[in-house]
Design a protein around this ligand. Structure first.
Ligand code: FPP
Length: 242
C-alpha cells in the first residue's frame, strides 16, 4: 500500500518494533537466554493490548530474522517452540481483542507444524480490524526484496507484465508487506542504533526511536510515551517546509 505523503499531525498509524535485548535481560539475572525470550513474549501481549489506547492501528514486530538461524541450535529450537506456544495460547485472546494477525517472511524454512499454526491464526483472525498485528518471522528485507524481484521476473518472463510497468508501486505489490501501509515510526529497544535488515524499503520515510530499555522491560507506559512524542515531529517526506 503506498504511503500518503501529506503530513500526519496525529500519532503514528503504523509502528514497527525491533524487540531487542532479551538475551542481555536474562544474562543480567543469571538465567538462560530463552528465559529472556519468554519474558519478551509476555511484553508482546501488553503492547498489542495497548495499541487501541494509543491510536496505533498497525503494529509490526520483528520476532525472528533471516540471520537469527546463526544462533545456537538450542536457542533457535527454543524460539520456534515459543512461537508455536504463543500462537496456541494467545489465539483466543487476540481474536477477542479484535486483532488481525498476519505473518511476513519466508515460510519455506519453518517447520510445517508452525506454518500450519500461522496459517490458521491468519484465517481465524481474518475478519478483525481493530489492530493489525504483523509478525515478522524468518524475515529479512534483502530476502524479501529478492523474493519479490524473482516473482516480478516470472511475471515478465510469462508476459503478464512488461519491464516498463516496474516502478516503486509495482515492486511494493510484490513485497510481503503488500497489505500494509508504510511504518511511520520504527522503535528499537536495547540501546543498539541499527536497522538490522528490517523493513528497509518500507521505512524510507519513517521516524526512528532507539531506546536503552531492554525489550522485556518495555512497558505499555513507555510505548505510550514514545508514540505520544511522535505527534510533535514534523514529517516532510523529502519536501520543504512551507
Ligand atoms: C532479540 O533479543 C530478540 C529476538 C531475536 C527474538 C524476539 C522474540 C521475542 C520477543 C519473543 C516473542 C515473540 C513473539 C512474537 C511470541 P536478543 O536475543 O538479540 O537480545 P540480546 O541482544 O540482548 O542478546
Amino acid at each position: 500500500m503506498a504511503k500518503d505523503t501529506t503530513d500526519t499531525p496525529q500519532g503514528p498509524q503504523h509502528v514497527a518494533i525491533i524487540m531487542d535485548g532479551n538475551g542481555r535481560w536474562a544474562q543480567q539475572r543469571g538465567r538462560p537466554r530463552l528465559f529472556g525470550h519468554h519474558a519478551g513474549a509476555r511484553r508482546v501481549r501488553e503492547i498489542v493490548e495497548s495499541c487501541p489506547d494509543v491510536g496505533v492501528k498497525y503494529l509490526t514486530i520483528f520476532a525472528f530474522s533471516t540471520e537469527n538461524w546463526k544462533r545456537t541450535q538450542s536457542e533457535v529450537a527454543g524460539l520456534m517452540r515459543l512461537f508455536r506456544r504463543y500462537i496456541e495460547r494467545e489465539a483466543k485472546a487476540l481474536f477477542q481483542d479484535g486483532v488481525r494477525v498476519r505473518f511476513i517472511g519466508d515460510r519455506i524454512k519453518l517447520d510445517s507444524k508452525l506454518v500450519t499454526l500461522m496459517d490458521n491464526l491468519e484465517l481465524y483472525t481474518a475478519d478483525n480490524d481493530k489492530v493489525h498485528l504483523t509478525i515478522a518471522l524468518n524475515y529479512g528485507s534483502r530476502d524479501e526484496v529478492t523474493r519479490a524481484a524473482q516473482r516480478l521476473a516470472v511475471e515478465i518472463e510469462q508476459g503478464r507484465l512488461s519491464h516498463k510497468d516496474v516502478d516503486a508501486e509495482t515492486l511494493s505489490r510484490f513485497l510481503d508487506t503488500r497489505f500494509l501501509p508504510d511504518p511511520d515510526l520504527v522503535i528499537r529497544t536495547s540501546g543498539e542504533a541499527r536497522i538490522s535488515n528490517f523493513l528497509l524499503w518500507q521505512s524510507a520515510y519513517a521516524e526512528y526511536e532507539f531506546l536503552d530499555t531492554l525489550w522485556p522491560d518495555f512497558t505499555a507506559e513507555e510505548f505510550a510515551k514514545v508514540v505520544g512524542s511522535f505527534g510533535s515531529r514534523e514529517r516532510r517526506f523529502g519536501g520543504a517546509t512551507v
